[in-house]
Design a protein around this ligand. Structure first.
Ligand SMILES: Nc1nc2c(ncn2[C@@H]2O[C@H](COP(=O)(O)OP(=O)(O)OP(=O)(O)O)[C@@H](O)[C@H]2O)c(=O)[nH]1
Length: 626
């Protein structure tokens, strides 16, 4: 709904109702504020509902006739690249040039809609936008998917690729080919997509497109003549990119006369409308009111709304073979629109599409509500967010100290941080996150495996005179925490890094317990490399010594491997005399202070006979091992 529409409304109260509707959209994540507003405005709504209905019908009136786009005038492509090479900036220019958004200074990375993306300046979620492009007198429908560049979000790239026939492979004219350029190239190459190499940032002083073209020829075997040199920032040669999309990317292999068949390649949960699924139509057509079936659950739904993403939702009456759009069909439960699911018409069953390979979690962490009463709310927030980020694995877990929670699996540490941040920002949920760990495979036998594994070099390829690509075999826990930062700082930002799972290897790992007065604290048990056991145990004991308040008796904080204690700190006995400043004999004042002290103690957790504040667990769990 546009502001101009609001301005055109004569009746002031009706105008306020419309403003409220817009406000409501903005306020989706601010439930409390919204509830207050809703109460105030609900009183006005019945009076004006009939006028409102007329206006909303006008607003949702179909202005785009999608039937005029036969399959041969549709192009589905995604933009892939190493982090920061300019994908979202190029997407902005393409949106502007095709009229999807206005040309203004303010349009910066418009497809990065999430707050976390804006704050961190990176894309974490693939976004779709349908563009109309006039080429040699004919209108084309171009469906663009902007993807993230960081390795932790590569699952988004692989899913996006399944809805496309081609990719724009963006390479920074200054940095040249980087790790994710290679990884993303292979994702597109293996999916047999048309690859258009685009050398970006040619406006930079140190841009060297010649060298980058040589790299592209050498590493990807793509002739240099196929590269397009652009500046996404200034818009230089971006028109050539649009022409290449039309000329070099084939239309989708989909037939309008086949039964309707669509792949759910992304979905999210709308607080009011339920599941909004992004679909790629592989055959036939679907319209509002159709009865569709989810192949995953076999359940039938009625299509309430469908349309294009331009990049905001633009409802249409139908979606046709080869098109990409969204569909809302009254799915109220997050389990109902699984990513990778196939949708078909009730009266025309089809074979389900292969779906997606599940993502392989690399880093695991426990997630617990701050307070156990927040468990149900947090569960629903996690379910809804994992619908939007299906690469996260969730298992229920519980801990003596932190209560009921979950064990979540992520593709990397940044992925974990972003998920946590999205929980806070989009669902107003605050959580305790335990220290990240990596998966281990334990072979229970009497022998102990002693060989210490370090990185082993696998191969080394010179990309050009200045760049070398090296492959190593690393233990996962060596790279997952701070390896990336260290590599960046040692190489002054020049080195880039990508990794994939190479399977399990034997290693000299031991289980280390933390004891409080001889009682093991289950939540602090960790698996460490034998060489690091002493330093890690000592650091944890010191942290606990700082975090646990002195009590009436002495507390021994110990790190132990089996029965052998490897580190120890002592917390001296002490009783805080809350009555120390209480002169005279006012008994009510003394009682009040003692009651307050007792209440404070309730916030403590009891491990054996030791009272441990909840913060102490969090502090120790948040430690960064070196
Ligand atoms: N000088 C110059 N800077 C550019 C150009 N294109 C993008 N940038 C800048 O490069 C930075 C990264 O651009 P983005 O478009 O966010 O890159 P991205 O590849 O989408 O980043 P991720 O999605 O996080 O991987 C921003 O500061 C842009 O302003 C260009 O053509 N010239």
């Amino acid at each position: 709904m546009s502001f101009s529409l609001v301005k055109r409304c004569e009746a002031p109260l009706l105008r306020r109702v419309l403003q409220f509707k817009m406000y409501k959209r903005k306020m989706l994540n601010y439930n409390t504020t919204y509830t207050l507003l809703r109460h105030r405005w609900m009183k006005c709504l019945p009076v004006f509902c009939s006028s409102l209905r007329t206006i909303s019908t006008q607003t949702h009136k179909e202005t785009i006739d999608l039937s005029q786009f036969p399959v041969d005038r549709i192009r589905n492509f995604c933009i892939i690249a190493h982090i920061d090479h300019g994908k979202s900036t190029l997407a902005d220019r393409l949106l502007e040039m095709t009229g999807a958004i206005a040309k203004t200074e303010k349009n910066k990375q418009v497809l990065d809609k999430l707050q976390v993306e804006r704050e961190r300046g990176i894309t974490v979620k693939a976004q779709t936008a349908s563009l109309f492009y006039n080429h040699q007198g004919q209108q084309y429908l171009l469906n663009l998917i902007d993807t993230p560049g960081h390795v932790d979000f590569s699952y988004e790239v692989s899913r996006s690729i399944s809805a496309c026939q081609g990719v724009l492979l963006i390479i920074d004219a200054n940095q040249g080919i980087q790790a994710q350029t290679v990884a993303n190239f292979y994702l597109a190459f293996e999916a047999q997509l048309s690859i258009i190499p685009v050398i970006n940032k040619i406006d930079l002083k140190n841009a060297d497109p010649e060298t980058v073209e040589s790299q592209i020829e050498k590493v990807f075997d793509i002739p240099r003549e196929e590269c397009i040199r652009i500046s996404a920032k200034l818009g230089t040669n971006v028109e050539q990119v649009l022409q290449a999309v039309v000329n070099r990317i084939p239309p989708p292999m989909a037939h309008i006369n086949d039964p309707f068949k669509a792949l759910v390649f992304d979905s999210n949960f709308d607080h009011y409308r339920g599941v909004v699924a992004n679909i790629a139509v592989f055959g036939g057509r679907v319209k509002k009111g159709d009865k569709i079936v989810s192949a995953h659950l076999g359940k039938t739904y009625e299509v309430n709304e469908l349309g294009l993403l331009r990049p905001d939702e633009h409802p249409t009456q139908k979606l046709f073979a080869g098109q990409v759009g969204y569909i809302i069909a009254g799915m109220k439960d997050v389990k109902e629109a699984q990513i990778g699911d196939t949708l078909y018409l009730q009266q025309q069953p089809v074979e389900a599409l292969p779906g997606f390979k599940p993502a392989k979690a690399m880093v695991f962490a426990g997630m617990y509500p701050m307070d156990q009463s927040e468990y149900p709310g947090l569960r629903s927030a996690i379910e809804r967010l994992t619908l939007n980020d299906s690469s996260v694995t969730v298992q229920r877990d519980s801990s003596l100290a932190l209560g009921a929670g979950w064990r979540l699996g992520f593709l990397g540490l940044l992925h974990m941080e972003v998920f946590n941040q999205r929980l806070e920002q989009e669902y107003n949920a605050s959580v305790i996150v335990t220290a990240p760990t990596v998966p281990y495979k334990a072979v229970l036998s009497s022998a102990k495996l002693i060989k210490n594994r370090r990185a082993t070099q696998k191969n080394m390829v010179y990309i050009d005179d200045h760049r070398v690509m090296m492959k190593y075999l690393f233990p996962l826990n060596e790279i997952v925490v701070d390896f990336y930062d260290l590599l960046k700082s040692l190489s002054s930002g020049y080195a880039s890094f990508d990794y994939e799972n190479a399977g399990y290897q034997a290693a000299d790992l031991i289980k280390m317990d933390i004891l409080l007065n001889g009682q093991p604290v289950e939540e602090l048990t960790t698996i460490v490399h034998r060489d690091r056991a002493y330093s890690t145990g000592k650091a944890m004991c010191e942290k606990l010594q700082d975090s646990i308040p002195r009590q009436m008796f002495e507390i021994a904080v110990q790190a132990a491997i089996g029965s052998k204690v490897i580190a120890r700190e002592t917390i001296k006995a002490y009783r805080k005399n809350v009555l120390a400043k209480c002169y005279g004999g006012d008994i009510t004042r003394k009682m009040k202070l003692l009651k307050k002290q007792a209440e404070g103690k309730k916030k403590m957790r009891r491990i054996g006979n030791v009272e441990v504040p909840k913060d102490a667990f969090i502090n120790v769990l948040k430690r960064k091992d070196k």
